[in-house]
Design a protein around this ligand. Structure first.
Ligand code: TYM
Length: 327
């Protein structure tokens, strides 16, 4: 199967991004034909400092590799290095109704948070995301729960285009994990852990040093009842159990049994340790990749060339269907 997914280089790659998305990518790349992108064009919907965006893009790419995404198995690239994304986004945007975009919860949410910069890209961002996916004939898109609505638009656009011009795009399916699709903030456990959260204690980055990871888990908000069980009325503890399970490989039930009768303090320490231990080898590899920029750029260029070849094939088909003259 063809698999596609991406991450925007804003903030940092959080353990929410890791559990909800990257961890599944690692499994999927073993048996499938995958493409994973650092979606830097998406990052422009909020104001960026150019030098920081450049550095963060490289850093995210190095984190992809450090997590175990393998350029021999998957195509790893940076979105802006493949111009067909923008080209297809324009064509798709002429087949998208403004009402469909205005309904998007992420648009409403981000407009509220960035009142001084409600730019057109913030509205049309899901069209660019649909273009990312449809360019490569993707069958499956592994994402967290917050991207479900955007995925539905990508499906609707594929179906709409195919009905109007004849079979062109594969209609993609979302792949949302049963567990970990919405890791929540350590400070506000009913809200999603968001990489752009201003509260440093709310999120854990996969490249946070071990002492920082421990400190953040020690400060995690829980509740006053002292039982370590997974339950709707215990969002903080449930979130920590999910994180523990994701990083150790034990099930949530096994984790509950392991911590039966223990206090919250011990439990939080154990979760912090499990996360820091699991991330230690990732962080070591990350530093190695970052120290060899030439190699990083070589891998990036190779990925972009492969992605470009596939994307150009789709664009030739699309242009013919909609009546553009051949160049
Ligand atoms: P982004 O960069 O916000 O998030 C990257 C991935 O992480 C998932 N995610 C989470 N999963 C569980 N718990 C959380 N708290 C959490 N926060 C984020 C997201 O669902 C996502 O899978 N538009 C996308 C990036 C993108 C993309 C694409 C994805 C661009 N083009 C094409 C799929 C296909 C985004 O902003 O994700």
């Amino acid at each position: 199967m063809r698999i596609y997914s991406g991450i925007q280089p804003t903030g940092c790659i959080t353990i929410g991004n890791y559990i909800g998305a990257v961890k599944n990518w690692l499994e999927l790349q073993e048996e499938n034909d995958c493409l994973f992108a650092v979606a830097n064009q998406h990052a422009l919907t909020v104001r960026q400092v150019p030098q920081e965006l450049r550095e963060r893009t490289l850093s995210f790419f190095a984190q992809f590799l450090a997590c175990g995404l393998d350029p021999e198995k998957s195509i790893l690239y940076v979105q802006s290095n493949v111009p067909e994304h923008s080209e297809l986004a324009w064509i798709l945007s002429c087949h998208t109704y403004i009402g469909e975009l205005e309904r998007m919860t992420q648009f409403k949410d981000k407009s509220r948070k960035n009142e001084d910069n409600i730019n057109a890209g913030l509205l049309t961002y899901p069209v660019l995301m649909a273009a990312d996916i449809l360019l490569f004939g993707s069958d499956l898109v592994p994402v967290g729960k917050d991207q479900k609505q955007h995925l539905e638009l990508a499906r609707d656009l594929a179906i709409r285009f195919n009905n109007r011009y004849g079979d062109t795009f594969v209609v993609p399916e979302p792949y949302i994990p049963k567990q970990g699709a919405k890791i929540t903030s350590l400070q506000n456990p009913t809200e999603k852990m968001s990489k752009s959260d201003k509260d440093q204690n709310a999120t854990v980055s996969i490249i946070d040093p071990p002492d920082v990871i421990m400190r953040k888990f020690k400060r995690a908000v829980t509740d006053s009842d002292n039982r370590i069980v997974f339950a709707e009325e215990k969002p903080g503890i449930s979130n920590l159990l999910t994180i523990y399970s994701a990083f150790t490989g034990v099930t949530v039930e096994e984790a509950e049994a392991r911590f039966q009768g223990k206090g919250y303090g011990d439990f939080k320490l154990a979760v912090g340790e499990a996360v820091a231990d699991a991330l230690a080898p990732v962080q070591k590899k990350y530093n190695e990749y970052l120290s060899d920029k030439a190699e990083l750029e070589r891998i990036m260029k190779e990925g972009a060339e492969k992605a470009h070849r596939l994307a150009a094939r789709t664009m030739r088909k699309v242009k013919k269907k909609i009546g553009f003259v051949q160049d």
